[in-house]
Write a protein that binds this ligand. Structure first.
Ligand code: HEM
Length: 218
């Protein structure tokens, strides 16, 4: 339901709540949060997010002529350099990262996605920086990286997080959208969450938990 009684920001939050819980509770995400992934698996995740970040921000830049995209999407939302620095910290050359199947499919879809779909994807990517900030703090300890070396893309906004997220949500609420476009924004957000879950499945298979490890529950 995308009724006019809820603003778009609240609609997105409500409609994707179950997907957020599924992502948050995924065993791969659980191992990430607990610092149990190890450098190689963490760098593999980082690399995939890097490719999607570049594709999404490039598609949003191209869609900038659409005033709705321009009103939301700011230069500080584009930070491939943080991913690149983080990847190098884990001894991965950014140019060497190859998309896994879930990422390859997402990259194809982003190339031809409409402005409302891109806005939905950007909502999830941006929203994830809220949790990323906490994850980054946890990893500083568990991966023994006290100054956040290799973790900068988890917390791209630093002290401006709250203010920028608030502005993004207000921007979502201020968008003028037809009901069809509004539904496309929600579908874009759902699609992006589905991508994240598919990616975690693929990474979970590529980097399985240690034998005998207890299933992770939250
Ligand atoms: C252990 C993993 C995670 C934790 C602990 C976590 C935690 C959080 C927290 C604390 C917030 C802020 C809620 C608020 O201020 O209202 C948040 C928001 C959000 N997170 Fe996560 N998160 C996690 C994983 C993810 C993942 C994997 C994604 C998707 C890539 C994601 C997407 C979002 C989105 C879209 C929001 C914005 C929700 C809204 O509309 O307010 N999160 N998360």
């Amino acid at each position: 339901m995308t009724t006019a009684t809820l603003g778009l920001a609240d609609t997105l939050k409500t409609q994707t709540q179950a997907a957020h819980t599924a992502a948050e509770r995924h065993e791969f995400q659980g191992r990430l949060f607990r610092g149990l992934l190890g450098d190689e698996a963490y760098a593999a995740l980082l690399g995939q997010y890097y490719l999607v970040h570049k594709a999404l921000t490039s598609a949003l830049s191209k869609a900038g002529a659409d005033g709705r995209v321009a009103s939301l999407f700011k230069p500080f939302h584009v930070y491939p350099q943080l991913f690149e620095a983080d990847l190098k910290e884990f001894s991965v050359l950014p140019g060497s990262v190859k998309p896994l199947p879930a990422t390859a499919q997402m990259l194809r879809e982003l190339e031809s996605a409409s402005a409302p779909t891109l806005i939905g994807c950007a909502y999830v990517a941006e929203g994830s920086t809220n949790g990323g900030k906490f994850i980054g703090q946890a990893l500083r300890r568990s991966l023994n990286r006290p100054n956040g070396e290799g973790l900068s893309s988890l917390d791209p906004h630093g002290d401006a997080q709250r203010e920028r997220w608030g502005a993004f949500r207000a921007g979502l609420d201020a968008l003028e959208l037809s009901e069809t476009d509004r539904q496309a924004v929600v579908a874009g957000a759902e699609r992006y969450f589905r991508y994240v879950l598919e990616l975690m499945q693929e990474l979970s298979r590529a980097f399985p938990p240690a034998p005998g490890a207890l299933p992770l529950t939250r």
